[in-house]
Design a protein around this ligand. Structure first.
Ligand code: F6P
Length: 328
């Protein structure tokens, strides 16, 4: 344990998420509040290797709580995955006399942190920042709420045109391994079908449900498809398959893509980021290391990195039941 924390480094890594700026702001201002120097590290672990450091004061982070993206920039560093890369990163931290690190990102970011800490003994505390909400030990990740609202807004707009033309739309949303965005935004936007990576619901079942919804008088429909869903077909192949088998459907595909990662963070994400930023600095001051600060029942809690990245987060099964009832 460090006797007195004098300097904390902060970086954002992996896919960016709305609210990361608010988290950097909260880390920086907590440092200022507790008389700790704060060092911003650009471009995630790559900037750590290349020594792209800048002193951050309380004023450096003015007017960023409302901005999407991350002003420290982000990267997925290949070099940091090597022992040599991490050794270079540690040398730079030592040279700058950084006592501990706050890393904001997802499971890849925390995996890197585990290695850095094990190999070089530097204390690291993580903050979950990813639109995917796929981290264990926290009810929500920073950026998820904003992404949900972006997706719902986009689907609402697509529904207008789907309804005008009596069309079936397949809409792809992000989530390679996690269906949280698809399931929650899908229910929120009234989608008829939702395909997610965590379960293979079977194409036959989906075709049957589309047949039934036509018979029940539905003229337009929305199917939300998470990137990593398990049918074995990509969204265009799925559309083709449906079109070949249900010839009365006029089908279109829309891939929402990186629009889901941008935009001003929602109020929820700003508050969450502020709580976790303060929580991360206070965790370091208490001597914690190798943990992620997350939110559980509104409380800031610490969980070991190994728990945070372990397997996949359990799916909220109740949502599937709610979907089945509400799409009748
Ligand atoms: O992890 C966040 C995420 O947006 C995933 O949902 C998506 O699969 C991935 O990142 C895309 O990554 P990239 O921007 O590197 O293509």
């Amino acid at each position: 344990m460090i006797e007195k924390v004098r300097k904390i480094g902060v970086l954002t890594s992996g896919g960016d998420a709305p609210g990361m700026n608010a988290a950097i702001r909260a880390v920086t201002r907590s440092c200022a509040y507790y008389n700790i120097e704060c060092i911003g590290i650009y471009r995630g672990y790559q900037g750590l290797i290349e020594g792209e450091f800048e002193l951050l004061t309380a004023r450096s982070v003015r007017n960023i709580i409302n901005k999407g993206g991350t002003f420290l920039k982000s990267a997925r560093s290949k070099e940091f995955r090597t022992k040599e890369g991490r050794a270079k990163a540690y040398e730079n931290l030592k040279k700058a006399a950084v006592d501990a690190l706050v890393v904001i990102g997802g499971d890849g970011t925390f995996t890197g942190a585990i290695y850095l800490q094990q190999e070089h003994g530097i204390p690291v505390v993580g903050i979950p920042g990813t639109i995917d909400n796929d981290i264990n030990g926290t009810d929500y990740t920073i950026g998820y709420d904003t992404a949900l609202n972006t997706v719902v807004d986009a689907i609402d707009k697509i529904r207008d045109t789907a309804s005008s033309h009596d069309r079936l739309f397949l809409i792809e949303v992000m989530g390679r391994d996690a269906g949280d965005i698809a399931l929650n935004a899908g229910i929120g936007a009234g989608a008829e079908e939702i395909l997610i990576p965590e379960e293979d619901m079977g194409i036959d079942r989906m075709m049957e449900s589309l047949r039934k919804s036509r018979q029940s008088g539905k003229t337009s429909s929305i199917i939300v498809v998470a990137e990593g869903e398990k049918s074995g077909k990509n969204i265009f192949e799925l559309a083709e398959f449906i079109g070949e088998n249900l010839t009365d459907y006029d089908i279109r595909v829309s891939v929402l893509g990186h629009i889901q990662r941008g935009g001003a963070p929602s109020c929820y994400d700003r508050v969450l980021a502020s709580k976790l930023g303060v929580g991360a600095v206070e965790a370091i001051m208490r001597g914690e290391s190798g943990v992620m600060v997350g939110i559980t029942n509104k409380l800031v809690t610490s969980v070991d990195f190994s728990v945070a990245i372990e397997g996949s987060k359990p799916l909220d099964k109740e949502l599937r039941r709610v979907l089945n009832i509400t799409t009748i």
